[in-house]
Design a protein around this ligand. Structure first.
Ligand code: FO1
Length: 303
């Protein structure tokens, strides 16, 4: 069963890992967000693609939610001592990946080709595609100004209320090679429990991706990123309250605007009415077994 999963970082990567575990090898394609990519110390960092790669390779730090397990921070400390920027924490092991990617980008290789090589280096059967090879950056509009995503999220600890989210470069971006084809050939499409504004929004903003999902003849299932109306991690509940008017399943479903055949919600959000069929399950993925269980529920809803 060929499945395409659109995913952001931390929460999305947990479902991706579950899908990867329960599907036959090679049946999963992940389309990842690049809107929160950032340049730090001259290195190109793709946090969401990296969260997916690290989770699939079993290299991720479960506790922190991003970056690698058994990480050390000596490079960052040394860079700080030389007067370098240290607002965005790059671990020593993590830096290795950014060095390899940045060198290849400078050589002119597309991000999709680089990501394919990185996935091959850790022998992943799952295909990981950036939504686009073009430069697309999420910007956060607040009353204090407009900030790059990481500047707001990490630098300002996502404390400013968000008035709007914009996707710089989206209008002229094209889907990365393989994205539209994977959506066209999929037996099911899954929208991971990622922040709709800043993780899935930038993917939908690439012309051709939402349209390809709209054209599908297969089921499209989303997993709500909220549990009991609260974000498991991050600012989504505040963003939804301010920009969509609430944090019920109906508010989550409204973001996907006619694309969904079902929304998987946590038992803590049921009963509810969302204008789409709801599947009630336990959606907290606090270990690998929970990721597999939720992936199984999603795949049942998708068939
Ligand atoms: N998140 C933080 O809150 N602080 C950091 O210093 C930080 C560094 C970082 C480095 C590499 C990486 O792949 C992710 C990193 N993240 C950090 C997480 C990241 O900002 C967000 O989780 C995602 O961009 C949101 O999807």
């Amino acid at each position: 069963m060929k499945v395409v999963c659109l995913s952001g970082g931390v929460g999305g990567a947990k479902l991706v890992r579950g899908l990867h575990d329960v599907l036959p090898p090679g049946d999963l394609t992940v389309v990842g967000n690049v809107g929160d990519d950032v340049e730090v110390l001259g290195l190109h960092v793709s946090p969401d693609l990296d969260s997916v790669l690290y989770a699939l390779a079993g290299l991720n730090d479960e506790e922190r939610g991003w970056g690698r397990a058994d990480e050390t921070w000596r490079v960052l400390g040394a860079a700080r001592a030389w007067g370098g920027e240290d607002w965005f924490q790059l671990g020593d092991l993590d830096v290795a990946l950014h060095l390899v990617r940045s060198q290849a980008l400078r050589r002119g290789d597309p991000l999709s080709a680089i990501t394919r090589r990185l996935a091959a280096a850790v022998e992943l059967a799952t295909t990981v595609l950036p939504a686009t090879d073009d430069v697309l950056r999420t910007r956060i509009v607040t009353s204090e100004g407009t900030f790059g995503f990481q500047e707001w999220f990490v630098g300002r600890r996502h404390e400013d209320d968000v008035d709007a989210v914009v996707y710089d470069g989206a209008e002229t971006a094209a889907p990365a090679p393989g994205v539209v084809e994977a959506l066209r050939d999929a037996d099911a499409i899954v929208l991971a429990p990622s922040n709709p504004y800043v993780s899935l929004g930038p993917i939908f903003a690439v012309p051709g991706i939402r349209e390809a999902i709209g054209r599908r003849g297969v089921r499209c299932i989303a997993v709500s990123p909220l549990i009991g109306g609260r974000a498991v991690k991050g600012p989504l509940d505040r963003m939804l309250t301010r920009m969509a008017g609430g944090t019920t399943p109906a508010h989550v479903a409204s973001f996907y605007d006619g694309l969904l055949d079902a929304l998987v919600i946590d038992a803590a959000d049921a009963p509810a009415e969302a204008g789409v069929p709801l599947v009630v399950s336990a959606t907290l993925m606090d270990d690998r077994a929970a990721s597999r269980r939720l992936a199984t529920v999603v795949l049942e809803a998708a068939t």
